[in-house]
Design a protein around this ligand. Structure first.
Ligand code: HPA
Length: 235
């Protein structure tokens, strides 16, 4: 039993979906899984485990930003032997060709966070997605007729960043900014797990566009359906 996830060994499935918002974790489990059991309530960072298409799947909230995310994902990998992790989250697009509500599959994550600089003693690690999860998610998105892009993201420590900063990353082909993907891919590599971030564009940093609460809800369920399809095919 970890400090932040109060579940016993075996309570959590090897395949885990990771929304930042714990209420989204609850919503997702209640809407899509059967035989649902809450495995964590510590700090209200809700985690649930259930079954979909005969496969056990867990959904665990992570909070926002790399340090919070890292706590939950470390415990999932170390204490609960998670082997497939799929983040379902939002991002801000920094390329004009990407539209609001499009889905981005993060092939790799650059980062402005200090965590990997510390971990690798000033050297750079290249955090990358699992190819098989990525391919399956791309296929699932296309089958559903969703506008999908596969490419690099920036995992930033700032939600409210200096507006000048995103342009440098955009010039190097980065599609969007979010806050957790680099830590997800780095931890998955460390523990020999598979990982993917499936992101919907909730805001457009180039033109200042935002989705409404209703649109965020609809695009969240669409993204969750892609992630669940991938999760059950790998569980
Ligand atoms: N910055 C960082 N993370 C985000 C953003 C953003 O603009 N939008 C959604 N997640």
């Amino acid at each position: 039993m970890g400090i932040h996830i109060a579940a016993s060994p075996g309570d959590i499935a090897p395949t885990v979906l990771l929304p930042g918002d714990p209420l989204r974790a609850k919503f997702l489990a209640e809407r899509y899984l059967t035989d649902v059991r809450c495995h964590n309530e510590v700090r209200n960072m809700l985690g649930h485990t259930g079954t979909r298409d005969g496969k056990r799947v867990s959904v665990q909230g992570t909070g926002m930003g790399a340090p919070s995310f890292s706590i939950y994902v470390n415990e999932l990998l170390r204490d609960h032997r998670a082997s497939t992790l799929i983040r379902v989250g939002t991002c801000g697009a920094i390329q004009p060709r990407i539209g609001l509500r499009d889905v981005i599959l993060a092939t790799g994550a650059s980062t402005s966070s200090g965590m990997n600089r510390h971990r690798f003693q000033g050297m750079d690690f290249a955090p990358t997605a699992d190819f098989h999860l990525l391919r399956a998610a791309h296929d699932a998105a296309e089958r559903k007729g969703v506008r999908v892009h596969a490419g690099p993201v920036l995992s930033s420590d700032f939600f409210y960043d200096d507006p000048a900063d995103w342009q440098r990353w955009a010039a190097y082909g980065v599609l969007a900014i979010e806050m957790e993907c680099a830590e997800l891919y780095t931890l998955a590599a460390r523990f020999g797990a598979r990982a993917l971030a499936v992101l919907t564009v909730s805001d457009h940093i180039v033109d200042g566009g935002h989705t409404t609460a209703q649109e965020r809800e609809t695009s969240f369920t669409r993204m969750a359906e892609i992630a669940l399809e991938v999760a059950t095919s790998f569980a």
